[in-house]
Write a protein that binds this ligand. Structure first.
Ligand code: GCB
Length: 601
Protein backbone atom coordinates (compact mmCIF):
# COMPACT_ATOMS: atom_id res chain seq x y z
CA UNK A 1 0.00 0.00 0.00
CA UNK A 2 1.24 3.48 -0.81
CA UNK A 3 2.35 5.51 2.16
CA UNK A 4 -0.15 8.31 1.47
CA UNK A 5 -2.94 5.83 0.93
CA UNK A 6 -2.25 4.17 4.22
CA UNK A 7 -2.00 7.57 5.92
CA UNK A 8 -5.34 8.63 4.47
CA UNK A 9 -6.96 5.40 5.48
CA UNK A 10 -5.77 5.73 9.06
CA UNK A 11 -6.66 9.40 9.11
CA UNK A 12 -10.17 8.86 7.81
CA UNK A 13 -10.75 5.94 10.07
CA UNK A 14 -9.79 7.92 13.13
CA UNK A 15 -11.73 10.95 11.92
CA UNK A 16 -14.73 8.72 11.53
CA UNK A 17 -14.31 7.41 15.02
CA UNK A 18 -14.12 10.97 16.32
CA UNK A 19 -17.38 11.86 14.58
CA UNK A 20 -18.91 8.68 15.86
CA UNK A 21 -17.88 9.46 19.41
CA UNK A 22 -19.04 13.06 19.07
CA UNK A 23 -22.41 11.85 17.90
CA UNK A 24 -22.63 9.57 20.87
CA UNK A 25 -21.65 12.24 23.36
CA UNK A 26 -25.14 13.35 24.28
CA UNK A 27 -25.94 9.76 25.08
CA UNK A 28 -23.10 9.33 27.49
CA UNK A 29 -22.60 11.89 30.31
CA UNK A 30 -25.41 13.38 32.33
CA UNK A 31 -27.75 15.02 29.85
CA UNK A 32 -30.63 15.88 32.11
CA UNK A 33 -32.28 18.93 30.64
CA UNK A 34 -35.89 18.67 31.83
CA UNK A 35 -37.09 21.57 33.95
CA UNK A 36 -38.37 21.84 37.54
CA UNK A 37 -41.34 19.53 37.88
CA UNK A 38 -44.90 20.78 37.43
CA UNK A 39 -47.34 19.00 39.74
CA UNK A 40 -51.16 18.64 40.13
CA UNK A 41 -51.32 17.70 36.46
CA UNK A 42 -54.92 16.51 36.49
CA UNK A 43 -56.00 19.93 37.80
CA UNK A 44 -54.63 21.73 34.73
CA UNK A 45 -55.87 22.35 31.19
CA UNK A 46 -54.19 19.92 28.86
CA UNK A 47 -54.34 18.09 25.57
CA UNK A 48 -53.79 14.38 25.94
CA UNK A 49 -51.19 12.90 23.63
CA UNK A 50 -52.05 9.36 24.68
CA UNK A 51 -53.21 7.03 21.95
CA UNK A 52 -51.62 5.61 18.83
CA UNK A 53 -48.04 6.58 17.95
CA UNK A 54 -45.91 5.38 15.05
CA UNK A 55 -42.61 3.77 15.87
CA UNK A 56 -39.27 2.66 14.43
CA UNK A 57 -36.94 0.22 16.17
CA UNK A 58 -33.38 1.50 15.85
CA UNK A 59 -31.01 -1.12 17.30
CA UNK A 60 -27.85 0.65 16.00
CA UNK A 61 -29.05 4.07 17.23
CA UNK A 62 -28.51 5.55 13.77
CA UNK A 63 -31.23 8.16 14.19
CA UNK A 64 -29.04 10.24 16.49
CA UNK A 65 -26.23 10.33 13.92
CA UNK A 66 -28.25 10.58 10.76
CA UNK A 67 -31.08 12.84 11.79
CA UNK A 68 -31.39 14.43 8.36
CA UNK A 69 -32.78 11.25 6.95
CA UNK A 70 -35.21 10.95 9.83
CA UNK A 71 -38.72 12.22 9.57
CA UNK A 72 -38.47 14.58 12.55
CA UNK A 73 -40.96 17.07 11.16
CA UNK A 74 -38.13 19.41 10.16
CA UNK A 75 -38.62 21.74 7.22
CA UNK A 76 -36.33 20.26 4.58
CA UNK A 77 -36.17 21.61 1.03
CA UNK A 78 -37.99 19.20 -1.31
CA UNK A 79 -34.85 18.17 -3.25
CA UNK A 80 -33.05 17.11 -0.05
CA UNK A 81 -35.99 15.34 1.46
CA UNK A 82 -34.75 11.79 1.18
CA UNK A 83 -36.28 10.38 4.29
CA UNK A 84 -35.26 6.81 4.79
CA UNK A 85 -36.90 6.46 8.16
CA UNK A 86 -40.48 7.26 7.34
CA UNK A 87 -42.75 6.91 10.34
CA UNK A 88 -46.09 6.84 8.58
CA UNK A 89 -45.16 3.66 6.81
CA UNK A 90 -44.27 2.06 10.10
CA UNK A 91 -45.93 0.21 12.89
CA UNK A 92 -47.92 1.63 15.75
CA UNK A 93 -47.77 1.36 19.53
CA UNK A 94 -50.17 2.54 22.20
CA UNK A 95 -49.07 5.24 24.61
CA UNK A 96 -49.03 4.82 27.54
CA UNK A 97 -47.66 1.30 27.50
CA UNK A 98 -44.46 -0.70 27.42
CA UNK A 99 -43.43 -1.91 23.97
CA UNK A 100 -42.55 -5.43 25.14
CA UNK A 101 -46.05 -6.67 25.79
CA UNK A 102 -47.58 -4.90 22.79
CA UNK A 103 -45.52 -6.56 20.05
CA UNK A 104 -44.21 -10.08 20.22
CA UNK A 105 -41.22 -9.25 17.99
CA UNK A 106 -39.87 -6.69 20.46
CA UNK A 107 -40.68 -8.55 23.65
CA UNK A 108 -36.98 -9.04 24.47
CA UNK A 109 -35.80 -5.82 22.81
CA UNK A 110 -33.55 -3.48 24.81
CA UNK A 111 -32.35 -0.41 23.00
CA UNK A 112 -33.48 2.66 21.11
CA UNK A 113 -36.99 3.05 19.74
CA UNK A 114 -38.40 6.18 18.06
CA UNK A 115 -42.00 7.26 18.62
CA UNK A 116 -43.80 9.79 16.43
CA UNK A 117 -47.20 11.38 16.07
CA UNK A 118 -48.83 14.67 15.06
CA UNK A 119 -51.36 16.74 16.99
CA UNK A 120 -53.37 19.92 16.56
CA UNK A 121 -53.21 23.00 18.77
CA UNK A 122 -55.12 26.27 18.78
CA UNK A 123 -52.45 28.39 20.40
CA UNK A 124 -53.74 31.08 22.72
CA UNK A 125 -52.13 34.39 23.55
CA UNK A 126 -50.74 34.81 27.04
CA UNK A 127 -50.43 31.06 27.52
CA UNK A 128 -47.40 28.89 28.02
CA UNK A 129 -47.17 25.30 26.88
CA UNK A 130 -45.26 22.38 28.37
CA UNK A 131 -44.89 18.75 27.35
CA UNK A 132 -45.38 16.48 30.34
CA UNK A 133 -44.39 12.80 30.49
CA UNK A 134 -45.63 10.63 33.40
CA UNK A 135 -42.56 8.40 32.72
CA UNK A 136 -40.60 6.74 29.94
CA UNK A 137 -38.01 4.01 30.46
CA UNK A 138 -35.07 4.73 30.51
CA UNK A 139 -33.61 7.61 28.58
CA UNK A 140 -35.85 9.95 26.63
CA UNK A 141 -35.05 12.64 24.05
CA UNK A 142 -37.85 14.83 22.75
CA UNK A 143 -38.04 16.64 19.39
CA UNK A 144 -40.84 19.03 18.46
CA UNK A 145 -41.29 20.20 14.87
CA UNK A 146 -37.74 19.21 14.03
CA UNK A 147 -36.01 20.84 17.03
CA UNK A 148 -34.50 18.99 19.93
CA UNK A 149 -36.38 20.05 23.07
CA UNK A 150 -34.45 18.16 25.72
CA UNK A 151 -33.79 14.84 27.36
CA UNK A 152 -34.42 13.02 30.59
CA UNK A 153 -32.90 10.07 32.34
CA UNK A 154 -34.67 7.60 34.61
CA UNK A 155 -37.53 5.23 33.92
CA UNK A 156 -40.09 5.87 36.61
CA UNK A 157 -40.53 9.55 37.35
CA UNK A 158 -42.28 12.42 35.55
CA UNK A 159 -40.63 15.27 33.66
CA UNK A 160 -41.62 18.28 31.60
CA UNK A 161 -40.26 20.75 29.06
CA UNK A 162 -41.54 24.22 28.24
CA UNK A 163 -42.23 24.20 24.47
CA UNK A 164 -43.98 27.57 24.03
CA UNK A 165 -41.40 28.83 21.52
CA UNK A 166 -41.40 25.71 19.34
CA UNK A 167 -45.11 24.96 19.34
CA UNK A 168 -46.95 25.81 16.11
CA UNK A 169 -50.49 26.92 15.51
CA UNK A 170 -52.38 23.98 13.98
CA UNK A 171 -50.43 20.84 13.17
CA UNK A 172 -47.43 19.83 15.28
CA UNK A 173 -45.02 16.96 14.86
CA UNK A 174 -43.51 15.25 17.89
CA UNK A 175 -40.76 12.63 17.92
CA UNK A 176 -39.64 10.91 21.10
CA UNK A 177 -36.59 8.65 21.32
CA UNK A 178 -36.74 6.17 24.19
CA UNK A 179 -33.76 3.97 24.96
CA UNK A 180 -33.91 1.23 27.61
CA UNK A 181 -30.39 -0.07 27.13
CA UNK A 182 -28.91 -1.01 30.52
CA UNK A 183 -25.59 0.58 31.42
CA UNK A 184 -23.34 0.20 34.47
CA UNK A 185 -23.70 3.86 35.54
CA UNK A 186 -27.49 3.89 35.32
CA UNK A 187 -29.94 3.59 38.20
CA UNK A 188 -30.79 0.77 38.42
CA UNK A 189 -27.65 -0.70 36.96
CA UNK A 190 -27.21 -3.85 34.82
CA UNK A 191 -29.07 -6.44 36.88
CA UNK A 192 -32.57 -6.30 38.29
CA UNK A 193 -35.08 -8.94 39.30
CA UNK A 194 -37.83 -7.36 37.21
CA UNK A 195 -38.51 -6.91 33.52
CA UNK A 196 -36.87 -3.94 31.86
CA UNK A 197 -40.09 -2.79 30.18
CA UNK A 198 -39.21 -0.09 27.62
CA UNK A 199 -41.17 2.76 26.14
CA UNK A 200 -43.43 5.66 27.01
CA UNK A 201 -45.02 3.79 29.89
CA UNK A 202 -47.11 6.63 31.32
CA UNK A 203 -49.35 9.36 29.89
CA UNK A 204 -48.10 12.28 27.79
CA UNK A 205 -49.83 15.66 27.88
CA UNK A 206 -49.43 19.09 26.42
CA UNK A 207 -50.15 21.40 29.34
CA UNK A 208 -51.71 24.78 28.69
CA UNK A 209 -50.41 27.06 31.43
CA UNK A 210 -51.05 30.63 32.40
CA UNK A 211 -48.07 32.92 32.41
CA UNK A 212 -46.52 32.86 35.91
CA UNK A 213 -48.44 29.75 36.85
CA UNK A 214 -48.33 27.93 40.17
CA UNK A 215 -45.72 25.25 39.50
CA UNK A 216 -46.15 23.25 42.66
CA UNK A 217 -47.40 23.53 46.23
CA UNK A 218 -47.44 21.46 49.39
CA UNK A 219 -49.84 21.48 52.34
CA UNK A 220 -49.40 18.95 55.15
CA UNK A 221 -49.98 18.78 58.87
CA UNK A 222 -46.99 20.13 60.78
CA UNK A 223 -45.25 17.18 62.44
CA UNK A 224 -43.79 19.47 65.12
CA UNK A 225 -47.09 21.08 65.95
CA UNK A 226 -50.11 19.33 64.43
CA UNK A 227 -52.42 22.24 65.29
CA UNK A 228 -50.92 23.86 62.19
CA UNK A 229 -50.85 23.21 58.48
CA UNK A 230 -47.46 23.85 56.98
CA UNK A 231 -46.34 24.19 53.38
CA UNK A 232 -45.17 26.24 50.44
CA UNK A 233 -46.18 27.49 47.00
CA UNK A 234 -43.73 27.86 44.09
CA UNK A 235 -44.62 30.02 41.11
CA UNK A 236 -43.07 29.35 37.71
CA UNK A 237 -41.49 32.82 37.78
CA UNK A 238 -39.57 34.83 40.35
CA UNK A 239 -42.38 37.21 41.16
CA UNK A 240 -44.00 38.79 44.20
CA UNK A 241 -47.66 37.82 43.99
CA UNK A 242 -50.70 37.65 46.19
CA UNK A 243 -52.11 34.16 46.68
CA UNK A 244 -55.07 32.68 48.49
CA UNK A 245 -55.16 29.24 50.07
CA UNK A 246 -58.65 27.89 50.72
CA UNK A 247 -60.05 24.74 52.32
CA UNK A 248 -63.81 25.37 52.07
CA UNK A 249 -64.83 22.45 54.33
CA UNK A 250 -62.75 23.95 57.16
CA UNK A 251 -63.92 27.50 56.41
CA UNK A 252 -60.30 28.31 55.92
CA UNK A 253 -59.13 31.14 53.68
CA UNK A 254 -55.66 32.57 54.05
CA UNK A 255 -53.87 35.31 52.08
CA UNK A 256 -50.25 34.56 51.20
CA UNK A 257 -47.57 36.45 49.34
CA UNK A 258 -44.65 35.05 47.36
CA UNK A 259 -41.20 36.57 47.84
CA UNK A 260 -39.04 37.86 44.98
CA UNK A 261 -38.07 34.24 44.19
CA UNK A 262 -41.72 33.36 43.59
CA UNK A 263 -41.94 31.29 46.78
CA UNK A 264 -44.40 31.56 49.68
CA UNK A 265 -44.01 29.54 52.87
CA UNK A 266 -46.77 29.32 55.43
CA UNK A 267 -48.03 27.91 58.69
CA UNK A 268 -51.77 28.13 59.37
CA UNK A 269 -53.75 27.11 62.43
CA UNK A 270 -56.34 24.46 61.48
CA UNK A 271 -58.06 21.39 62.90
CA UNK A 272 -58.79 18.98 60.07
CA UNK A 273 -59.99 15.45 60.72
CA UNK A 274 -57.03 13.12 60.61
CA UNK A 275 -56.54 10.87 57.59
CA UNK A 276 -56.04 7.20 58.51
CA UNK A 277 -56.66 3.75 56.99
CA UNK A 278 -59.97 3.61 58.91
CA UNK A 279 -60.96 7.13 57.91
CA UNK A 280 -59.20 8.22 54.71
CA UNK A 281 -60.65 11.71 54.86
CA UNK A 282 -59.58 14.03 52.02
CA UNK A 283 -60.20 17.76 51.79
CA UNK A 284 -60.51 19.92 48.73
CA UNK A 285 -57.66 22.45 48.81
CA UNK A 286 -57.57 25.44 46.44
CA UNK A 287 -54.61 27.70 45.74
CA UNK A 288 -55.11 30.77 43.59
CA UNK A 289 -52.88 33.51 42.27
CA UNK A 290 -53.85 36.42 40.02
CA UNK A 291 -53.52 34.17 36.99
CA UNK A 292 -54.04 30.66 38.19
CA UNK A 293 -56.11 28.32 40.40
CA UNK A 294 -55.25 24.76 41.34
CA UNK A 295 -57.50 22.29 43.10
CA UNK A 296 -56.21 19.21 44.93
CA UNK A 297 -57.65 16.64 47.32
CA UNK A 298 -55.40 16.27 50.33
CA UNK A 299 -55.45 14.29 53.56
CA UNK A 300 -53.82 15.35 56.81
CA UNK A 301 -52.03 13.06 59.25
CA UNK A 302 -48.80 12.78 61.20
CA UNK A 303 -46.27 9.97 61.08
CA UNK A 304 -43.33 9.43 63.42
CA UNK A 305 -40.98 6.77 64.69
CA UNK A 306 -40.60 6.75 68.45
CA UNK A 307 -38.34 4.18 70.06
CA UNK A 308 -39.45 0.90 68.49
CA UNK A 309 -42.90 2.07 67.44
CA UNK A 310 -44.41 3.75 64.42
CA UNK A 311 -46.97 6.37 65.40
CA UNK A 312 -49.73 7.40 63.01
CA UNK A 313 -51.55 10.46 64.34
CA UNK A 314 -49.76 9.87 67.64
CA UNK A 315 -50.98 6.26 68.00
CA UNK A 316 -48.96 3.09 67.58
CA UNK A 317 -49.70 1.22 64.37
CA UNK A 318 -48.55 -2.15 63.00
CA UNK A 319 -47.98 -1.98 59.24
CA UNK A 320 -49.85 -4.92 57.74
CA UNK A 321 -48.38 -4.73 54.28
CA UNK A 322 -47.66 -6.36 50.99
CA UNK A 323 -44.95 -5.56 48.44
CA UNK A 324 -46.14 -4.74 44.92
CA UNK A 325 -44.39 -4.37 41.56
CA UNK A 326 -45.95 -2.00 39.06
CA UNK A 327 -47.05 -4.84 36.83
CA UNK A 328 -50.56 -5.19 35.47
CA UNK A 329 -52.89 -7.78 36.95
CA UNK A 330 -53.82 -10.78 34.78
CA UNK A 331 -51.37 -10.40 31.90
CA UNK A 332 -48.26 -8.51 32.99
CA UNK A 333 -46.73 -5.48 31.34
CA UNK A 334 -46.48 -2.11 33.07
CA UNK A 335 -49.60 -0.78 34.72
CA UNK A 336 -50.96 1.85 32.35
CA UNK A 337 -54.42 2.73 33.61
CA UNK A 338 -56.29 3.53 36.81
CA UNK A 339 -58.35 0.33 36.81
CA UNK A 340 -55.21 -1.80 36.92
CA UNK A 341 -53.85 0.25 39.82
CA UNK A 342 -57.18 -0.12 41.61
CA UNK A 343 -57.19 -3.89 41.09
CA UNK A 344 -53.75 -4.29 42.69
CA UNK A 345 -54.74 -2.19 45.69
CA UNK A 346 -58.11 -3.96 45.98
CA UNK A 347 -56.22 -7.26 46.35
CA UNK A 348 -54.12 -5.62 49.09
CA UNK A 349 -57.34 -4.59 50.85
CA UNK A 350 -58.70 -8.15 50.54
CA UNK A 351 -55.61 -9.29 52.44
CA UNK A 352 -56.72 -6.97 55.28
CA UNK A 353 -53.59 -4.92 54.63
CA UNK A 354 -53.29 -1.30 55.76
CA UNK A 355 -49.99 -0.72 53.98
CA UNK A 356 -48.24 -1.38 50.65
CA UNK A 357 -44.58 -1.32 49.73
CA UNK A 358 -44.45 0.01 46.17
CA UNK A 359 -41.25 -1.69 44.96
CA UNK A 360 -38.62 -1.00 43.56
CA UNK A 361 -39.17 2.38 41.88
CA UNK A 362 -41.82 5.11 42.02
CA UNK A 363 -45.10 3.70 40.70
CA UNK A 364 -47.50 5.69 38.54
CA UNK A 365 -49.41 8.51 40.20
CA UNK A 366 -52.73 6.64 40.03
CA UNK A 367 -51.39 4.17 42.62
CA UNK A 368 -50.68 6.76 45.29
CA UNK A 369 -53.82 8.79 44.59
CA UNK A 370 -55.88 5.61 44.84
CA UNK A 371 -54.05 4.66 48.06
CA UNK A 372 -55.06 8.09 49.44
CA UNK A 373 -58.71 7.31 48.67
CA UNK A 374 -58.65 3.68 49.83
CA UNK A 375 -56.77 4.33 53.06
CA UNK A 376 -53.59 2.38 52.35
CA UNK A 377 -50.28 3.59 53.76
CA UNK A 378 -47.44 3.64 51.23
CA UNK A 379 -43.70 3.01 51.13
CA UNK A 380 -42.27 4.64 48.00
CA UNK A 381 -38.74 4.00 46.76
CA UNK A 382 -36.18 4.87 44.08
CA UNK A 383 -34.43 2.12 42.08
CA UNK A 384 -31.11 2.30 43.92
CA UNK A 385 -31.09 -1.46 43.79
CA UNK A 386 -28.34 -3.97 44.58
CA UNK A 387 -24.98 -2.82 43.15
CA UNK A 388 -24.94 0.79 41.99
CA UNK A 389 -21.62 2.40 40.97
CA UNK A 390 -21.25 4.07 44.36
CA UNK A 391 -18.32 6.22 43.36
CA UNK A 392 -19.70 7.39 40.04
CA UNK A 393 -20.96 10.98 40.08
CA UNK A 394 -23.40 10.35 37.22
CA UNK A 395 -25.07 7.55 39.18
CA UNK A 396 -25.39 9.78 42.22
CA UNK A 397 -26.83 12.71 40.26
CA UNK A 398 -29.44 10.60 38.54
CA UNK A 399 -30.45 8.95 41.83
CA UNK A 400 -30.85 12.36 43.47
CA UNK A 401 -32.87 13.63 40.54
CA UNK A 402 -35.22 10.60 40.75
CA UNK A 403 -35.62 11.18 44.46
CA UNK A 404 -36.47 14.83 43.83
CA UNK A 405 -39.03 13.98 41.15
CA UNK A 406 -40.63 11.27 43.29
CA UNK A 407 -40.96 13.51 46.34
CA UNK A 408 -42.13 16.56 44.40
CA UNK A 409 -44.86 14.58 42.63
CA UNK A 410 -46.22 12.95 45.79
CA UNK A 411 -45.49 15.50 48.54
CA UNK A 412 -49.23 16.03 49.18
CA UNK A 413 -50.21 12.36 49.45
CA UNK A 414 -51.26 11.45 53.00
CA UNK A 415 -50.87 7.77 52.12
CA UNK A 416 -47.12 8.10 51.54
CA UNK A 417 -45.44 7.70 54.92
CA UNK A 418 -42.02 6.29 53.97
CA UNK A 419 -39.43 7.40 51.42
CA UNK A 420 -36.94 4.65 50.78
CA UNK A 421 -33.57 5.44 49.26
CA UNK A 422 -32.32 1.93 48.43
CA UNK A 423 -32.90 -1.81 48.34
CA UNK A 424 -30.44 -4.52 49.42
CA UNK A 425 -27.20 -2.65 48.97
CA UNK A 426 -23.91 -4.23 50.06
CA UNK A 427 -22.30 -2.70 53.16
CA UNK A 428 -19.26 -0.51 52.56
CA UNK A 429 -18.02 3.03 52.95
CA UNK A 430 -18.78 4.24 49.41
CA UNK A 431 -22.31 2.81 49.54
CA UNK A 432 -23.00 4.35 52.94
CA UNK A 433 -21.69 7.77 51.84
CA UNK A 434 -23.84 7.67 48.70
CA UNK A 435 -26.95 6.78 50.69
CA UNK A 436 -26.21 9.28 53.47
CA UNK A 437 -26.17 12.02 50.84
CA UNK A 438 -29.53 10.82 49.52
CA UNK A 439 -30.94 10.78 53.04
CA UNK A 440 -29.78 14.37 53.62
CA UNK A 441 -31.40 15.38 50.34
CA UNK A 442 -34.64 13.62 51.32
CA UNK A 443 -34.80 15.58 54.58
CA UNK A 444 -34.17 18.80 52.71
CA UNK A 445 -37.05 18.09 50.33
CA UNK A 446 -39.50 16.64 52.84
CA UNK A 447 -38.91 16.34 56.55
CA UNK A 448 -42.45 15.15 57.29
CA UNK A 449 -42.12 11.47 56.52
CA UNK A 450 -40.04 8.50 57.63
CA UNK A 451 -36.88 7.54 55.77
CA UNK A 452 -35.79 4.01 55.17
CA UNK A 453 -33.73 1.65 53.00
CA UNK A 454 -34.35 -2.08 52.74
CA UNK A 455 -31.27 -3.78 54.22
CA UNK A 456 -30.35 -7.44 53.91
CA UNK A 457 -26.91 -8.07 55.34
CA UNK A 458 -27.20 -9.30 58.91
CA UNK A 459 -24.91 -11.31 61.21
CA UNK A 460 -26.20 -14.79 61.90
CA UNK A 461 -25.30 -16.64 65.07
CA UNK A 462 -26.05 -20.26 64.24
CA UNK A 463 -25.93 -21.54 67.82
CA UNK A 464 -28.40 -18.95 69.02
CA UNK A 465 -30.41 -19.10 65.75
CA UNK A 466 -30.33 -15.30 65.96
CA UNK A 467 -29.85 -12.62 63.34
CA UNK A 468 -28.24 -9.35 64.41
CA UNK A 469 -28.99 -6.08 62.61
CA UNK A 470 -25.73 -4.14 62.60
CA UNK A 471 -25.58 -2.39 59.22
CA UNK A 472 -24.03 1.08 59.73
CA UNK A 473 -26.69 2.64 57.54
CA UNK A 474 -29.23 1.90 60.27
CA UNK A 475 -27.78 4.91 62.12
CA UNK A 476 -29.16 7.27 59.49
CA UNK A 477 -32.65 5.90 58.78
CA UNK A 478 -35.83 6.00 60.87
CA UNK A 479 -36.75 2.36 60.36
CA UNK A 480 -34.82 -0.92 60.41
CA UNK A 481 -36.17 -2.48 57.23
CA UNK A 482 -34.92 -5.99 56.62
CA UNK A 483 -35.36 -8.31 53.64
CA UNK A 484 -34.91 -11.91 54.71
CA UNK A 485 -35.84 -15.16 52.97
CA UNK A 486 -35.79 -17.76 55.72
CA UNK A 487 -37.13 -21.02 54.30
CA UNK A 488 -36.44 -20.11 50.70
CA UNK A 489 -32.83 -19.04 50.07
CA UNK A 490 -31.60 -20.61 53.30
CA UNK A 491 -32.49 -21.41 56.88
CA UNK A 492 -35.15 -23.82 57.95
CA UNK A 493 -36.27 -23.38 61.54
CA UNK A 494 -37.90 -20.06 60.69
CA UNK A 495 -40.48 -20.11 63.43
CA UNK A 496 -37.69 -20.13 66.03
CA UNK A 497 -35.43 -17.63 64.29
CA UNK A 498 -34.70 -14.70 66.62
CA UNK A 499 -33.78 -11.11 65.86
CA UNK A 500 -31.62 -8.70 67.85
CA UNK A 501 -30.21 -5.23 67.46
CA UNK A 502 -28.73 -2.39 69.48
CA UNK A 503 -30.61 0.20 67.48
CA UNK A 504 -33.63 1.54 69.31
CA UNK A 505 -35.78 1.80 66.19
CA UNK A 506 -38.87 0.08 64.79
CA UNK A 507 -38.16 -2.94 62.60
CA UNK A 508 -40.07 -3.76 59.43
CA UNK A 509 -39.64 -7.09 57.67
CA UNK A 510 -39.72 -5.43 54.26
CA UNK A 511 -39.47 -8.72 52.33
CA UNK A 512 -39.86 -12.43 53.04
CA UNK A 513 -41.57 -15.30 51.26
CA UNK A 514 -41.01 -18.09 48.78
CA UNK A 515 -42.10 -19.22 45.33
CA UNK A 516 -44.90 -21.51 44.23
CA UNK A 517 -46.50 -22.41 40.95
CA UNK A 518 -50.22 -21.81 41.32
CA UNK A 519 -52.11 -25.10 41.01
CA UNK A 520 -49.11 -27.26 41.96
CA UNK A 521 -49.98 -29.14 45.14
CA UNK A 522 -48.01 -31.46 47.38
CA UNK A 523 -46.51 -31.64 50.84
CA UNK A 524 -45.07 -28.71 52.82
CA UNK A 525 -41.61 -30.11 52.05
CA UNK A 526 -41.95 -29.92 48.28
CA UNK A 527 -40.49 -26.73 46.85
CA UNK A 528 -42.65 -24.91 44.29
CA UNK A 529 -45.91 -26.28 45.69
CA UNK A 530 -48.50 -23.92 47.12
CA UNK A 531 -48.21 -25.85 50.40
CA UNK A 532 -44.44 -25.18 50.64
CA UNK A 533 -45.03 -21.45 50.19
CA UNK A 534 -47.95 -21.43 52.66
CA UNK A 535 -45.76 -23.12 55.28
CA UNK A 536 -43.14 -20.34 54.97
CA UNK A 537 -45.90 -17.82 55.69
CA UNK A 538 -47.17 -19.87 58.66
CA UNK A 539 -43.70 -20.12 60.19
CA UNK A 540 -43.11 -16.40 59.79
CA UNK A 541 -46.25 -15.55 61.77
CA UNK A 542 -44.77 -17.54 64.66
CA UNK A 543 -41.43 -15.77 64.24
CA UNK A 544 -43.08 -12.32 64.23
CA UNK A 545 -44.81 -12.92 67.54
CA UNK A 546 -41.35 -13.13 69.12
CA UNK A 547 -39.88 -9.87 67.81
CA UNK A 548 -40.82 -7.15 70.32
CA UNK A 549 -39.51 -4.32 68.13
CA UNK A 550 -41.36 -5.43 64.98
CA UNK A 551 -43.62 -2.64 63.68
CA UNK A 552 -44.69 -4.02 60.32
CA UNK A 553 -44.20 -6.50 57.49
CA UNK A 554 -44.52 -6.42 53.70
CA UNK A 555 -43.93 -9.93 52.32
CA UNK A 556 -42.69 -10.51 48.80
CA UNK A 557 -44.98 -10.21 46.83
CA UNK A 558 -48.63 -9.61 45.85
CA UNK A 559 -48.48 -11.09 42.35
CA UNK A 560 -46.10 -13.20 40.25
CA UNK A 561 -44.07 -10.83 38.07
CA UNK A 562 -41.89 -11.12 34.99
CA UNK A 563 -38.16 -11.35 35.54
CA UNK A 564 -35.24 -12.21 33.22
CA UNK A 565 -33.51 -13.89 36.19
CA UNK A 566 -36.16 -16.57 36.60
CA UNK A 567 -35.60 -19.09 33.84
CA UNK A 568 -36.52 -22.45 35.38
CA UNK A 569 -38.39 -24.00 32.46
CA UNK A 570 -40.95 -25.90 34.53
CA UNK A 571 -41.77 -23.56 37.37
CA UNK A 572 -40.79 -20.08 36.31
CA UNK A 573 -40.56 -19.42 32.58
CA UNK A 574 -39.34 -15.89 33.25
CA UNK A 575 -41.79 -15.25 36.09
CA UNK A 576 -40.75 -14.69 39.67
CA UNK A 577 -43.22 -17.03 41.39
CA UNK A 578 -43.19 -15.52 44.88
CA UNK A 579 -46.61 -13.96 44.28
CA UNK A 580 -49.52 -14.66 46.61
CA UNK A 581 -51.53 -14.38 43.40
CA UNK A 582 -50.58 -15.95 40.07
CA UNK A 583 -49.86 -14.00 36.91
CA UNK A 584 -53.41 -14.92 35.85
CA UNK A 585 -54.92 -13.43 39.00
CA UNK A 586 -55.59 -16.66 40.92
CA UNK A 587 -54.96 -16.62 44.67
CA UNK A 588 -52.58 -19.19 46.10
CA UNK A 589 -52.85 -20.87 49.52
CA UNK A 590 -50.35 -18.47 51.17
CA UNK A 591 -52.68 -15.55 50.39
CA UNK A 592 -55.16 -16.89 52.94
CA UNK A 593 -52.51 -17.48 55.63
CA UNK A 594 -51.48 -13.83 55.43
CA UNK A 595 -55.12 -12.70 55.26
CA UNK A 596 -55.84 -14.55 58.54
CA UNK A 597 -52.75 -13.15 60.23
CA UNK A 598 -53.77 -9.59 59.31
CA UNK A 599 -57.38 -10.16 60.37
CA UNK A 600 -56.35 -10.98 63.91
CA UNK A 601 -53.34 -8.64 64.17
C1 GCB B 1 -35.00 -9.63 46.98
C2 GCB B 1 -35.15 -8.42 46.13
C3 GCB B 1 -36.31 -8.54 45.18
C4 GCB B 1 -36.32 -9.93 44.55
C5 GCB B 1 -36.51 -10.94 45.66
C6 GCB B 1 -36.47 -12.39 45.17
O1 GCB B 1 -34.42 -9.63 48.01
O2 GCB B 1 -35.26 -7.25 46.88
O3 GCB B 1 -36.23 -7.56 44.21
O4 GCB B 1 -37.30 -10.06 43.59
O5 GCB B 1 -35.48 -10.80 46.59
O6 GCB B 1 -37.47 -12.87 44.69
O7 GCB B 1 -35.42 -13.01 45.29
Amino acid sequence: MLKTESFLKTYFLSLNSVFFLLALLPQIGFTQTSEPLITSISARNSISLDGTWNYIVDPYKTGFRDSKRYDFGQETPEEEAFVEYKFQAGNTLKVPGDWNTQKEEIFYYEGLLWYQRTFQVNKKNNKEYALYFGAANYKTTVFLNGSKIGSHEGGFTPFNFNVTAKLREGKNHIVVAVDNERRPEYVPTLKTDWWNYGGITRSVKLLELNTSYIRTFKVQLDIEDPDYLKGFVHLSDSLEENLTLRIPELNLSKKLKTNESGVAEFSIKAKPQRWSPENPKLYEVLISSTHDTLKETIGFRTIEAKDTEILLNGKSIFLKGISIHEEAPFDGGRVYNEDQAKQLLTWAKELNANYVRLAHYPHNEAMVREADRMGLLVWSEIPVYWDILWENSHSYQVAEQMLTEMITRDQNRASVIIWSVANETPQGEARTDFLKKLITKTKELDDDRLISAALHEVRYDREENTKYIEDELANYVDLLSINNYCGWYGGSDCQNLKWATNFNKPMIMSEYGGGSLQGLNGSVDERWTEEFQAEIYRQHVKMFNKIPFLAGVSPWILKDFRSPLRMHATYQNYWNRKGLISDRGIKKKAFYILQDFYKTK
